[in-house]
Design a protein around this ligand. Structure first.
Ligand code: GSH
Length: 221
């Protein structure tokens, strides 16, 4: 039995959760709090002292992208063609800047300061804005509309969809849904993924007041 261990938010585990759900493998979604995380860290069971991890019968896999590749293969979301698979990897690796966008802000205890620093990321010259502009270009350049130009949805789409739109759920002080409204290609891309049958089925029970509302069709309309 596989166990995906992470905090009770979408964050860096959501793409793997979706891939595992699509895979049909037997797995458990283990959600821990900060205290449990510290216990796990101090016990030495986290290969890189961080979450998420995937516990397998053979051992523990860390790093969200490694877990996603593992789960994605089982879900049929990694192309067989070596070039296409490399383009999927390229997209995932290229997203590192977005994935770590808020990392320096989590330990800022002063809420006002945290909000200000996060809002600055989305000023015209901010790192968040540069990421959005790059991703807006990337999805517009895709001949198929899927993030890495694959014929069908891939793990690159699970990562882009879950991490990008998850930023604007209201879970992170200072970030708002309006920050993405001037990116028409990203909004079209959102609709494409949110309406993909496996994604729709996965979020079928999510309501508009759930933290995962950003994954529903028409969430940003
Ligand atoms: N590169 C790692 C980063 C993982 C990461 O930053 N995890 C955070 C939660 S999102 C964490 O465990 N933070 C606890 C800490 O740093 O003490 C990955 O993608 O899995």
């Amino acid at each position: 039995m596989l166990k995906l261990v992470y905090f009770g938010i979408p964050g860096r585990a959501e793409a793997s959760r979706v891939a595992l759900a699509i895979s049909g493998l037997e797995w458990e979604d283990v959600q821990v709090n900060g205290v449990r995380f510290e216990i796990m860290k101090n016990s030495g069971e986290l290969p890189w002292d961080m979450l998420p991890v995937l516990q397998t019968p053979e051992g523990t896999i860390a790093e969200s992208s490694a877990i996603l590749r593992f789960a994605g293969k089982a879900a049929g979301l990694v192309p067989d063609d070596p070039y296409e698979a490399a383009k999927v990897d390229e997209f995932i690796d290229g997203m590192q800047s977005l994935s770590g966008l808020l990392d320096d802000t989590f330990r800022i205890s002063d809420v006002e300061e945290r909000i200000l620093i996060r809002k600055r990321l989305f000023f015209p010259d901010g790192r968040g804005t540069r990421n959005l502009a790059m991703l807006e270009r990337k999805v517009s350049e895709s001949a198929t509309g899927w993030a890495a130009g694959t014929k069908g949805m891939s793990i690159a789409d699970l990562k882009l969809f879950s991490e990008l739109f998850g930023l604007f759920s209201g879970n992170y002080d200072g970030l708002e849904a309006s920050m993405i409204e001037d990116y028409p290609n990203l909004l079209n891309y959102h609709q494409k993924v949110a309406n993909e049958p496996r994604i729709m089925a996965h979020y079928a029970d999510v309501s508009s007041d759930d933290i995962r509302w950003t994954y529903l069709p028409n969430a940003f309309n």
